[in-house]
Design a protein around this ligand. Sequence first.
Ligand SMILES: Cc1cc2nc3c(=O)[nH]c(=O)nc-3n(C[C@H](O)[C@H](O)[C@H](O)COP(=O)(O)OP(=O)(O)OC[C@H]3O[C@@H](n4cnc5c(N)ncnc54)[C@H](O)[C@@H]3O)c2cc1C
Length: 418
Amino acid sequence: MAVKRRVVVVGGGAAGFFAAITCAEALGAAGEVTLYEATAHPLAKVRVSGGGRCNVTHACFDPRELSRRYPRGGRELLGAFHRWQPRDTVDWFAARGVATKVEPDGRMFPVTDDSATIADCLLAAAATAGVRVVTAQGVRKAEALPGGAGFWLTLTDGAEVRCERLLLATGGNRSSAGFTIAAALGHTIEPLVPSLFTFHIDDALLVGLSGLATTATVAVPGTRLVETGPMLVTHWGLSGPAVLRLSAWGARILAERNYEFPLTVNFAPPRNREAVLAELVAQRARHPRRQVANGDPFGLPQRLWERLVSAAGVPGDAQWAGIGNAALGALAGAVAATELRVVGKSTFKEEFVTCGGVRLAEVDFRTLESRKCPGLYFAGEVLDIDGITGGFNFQAAWTTGWLAGRALAAPDPASAPA
Ligand SMILES: Cc1cc2nc3c(=O)[nH]c(=O)nc-3n(C[C@H](O)[C@H](O)[C@H](O)COP(=O)(O)OP(=O)(O)OC[C@H]3O[C@@H](n4cnc5c(N)ncnc54)[C@H](O)[C@@H]3O)c2cc1C
């Protein structure tokens, strides 16, 4: 009788479950897939994700375009997306009874608007495929056997387990044993810092504007970091897609600055300062008798416009005709190049991820197998991969999980018939 392949998946998050299900479905009776989850609550992040709705993927079906949404890992994921991309994710869930919908900004959610739909689907698929899910049991240590013969694992209760193939899908939590295990098996861990955070700003310009949403270009002077999109004023500073994207692309550089840096905000993109000034000059000529405070030519929220007028030193009741060129220049500066100072960060509650993790050059992205340790595989956020908000982080977990799951089930080249 043929010996069954023993596969162990460490980590019961999105990536671990997707890999375990894919592997067990492919192996069938030829193997045994066991998933260890350290906590009593598998898929905990799926359940809280997307504000409880689970932004499961993004309606971006072109692999090249998709790969551009990853500050780290985009290049490596490009080939992987040709094999498993958002359309495959949508089809996979649909085949298991979960319909999804696209929101106007491209984010995709289950039609139930309930993340439990996704978690329950993964749990049911794992049970159907015969994955043995062991909760409240972590993997503490892994030792590679000589000649690529497999691994001896030590569990948190001290038990020892043997397997032929091992997948680390332990996520991005810096205290996870996954990074220690990967390092012990020869891998480099790129420094772990947060991505997707909001900015703390203590500036009179923003006081009382909490809740105000507008479109802006935000940039960090002296760097190439610049993003345009919706921006939200919060009680503590700034948030919204433009700010979150800037935090993702700047995750490393902003950590090096201890989250203290200048930020310029253009409230009237795509116009630059000169174009804004020209518009203000034209406005003065068009409406000389109109009050400046009521004469915003850029369509900004009224409260914001009044604040910018006041920040430029222009009296609220002044008429356009009474505004000299110097004051117009100051107003153009306030609209197109307000300088603020970021003094810290907050985690974005809807979705946050870790920048850093297992170095990508040490992993074969066709299979997600380690280039350092045969039989060892990785999937999900344990890798140095992170995306911007919008469902891209789960998509990376589904893609790497699926590829790893297929490879974990593939025959050993050494045992394949000649
Ligand atoms: C609040 C929040 C909301 C989010 N919302 C979204 C969203 O809507 N859309 C999106 O695309 N992304 C979202 N993200 C990001 C997304 O959740 C992650 O990128 C994704 O969950 C990563 O999946 P993973 O399986 O790699 O890791 P995780 O989900 O972190 O799972 C890893 C698992 O491994 C377990 N583990 C760790 N070490 C061990 C060990 N030694 N032994 C056994 N088990 C271990 C952990 O307990 C954990 O359950 C959100 C993140 C947060 C924090």
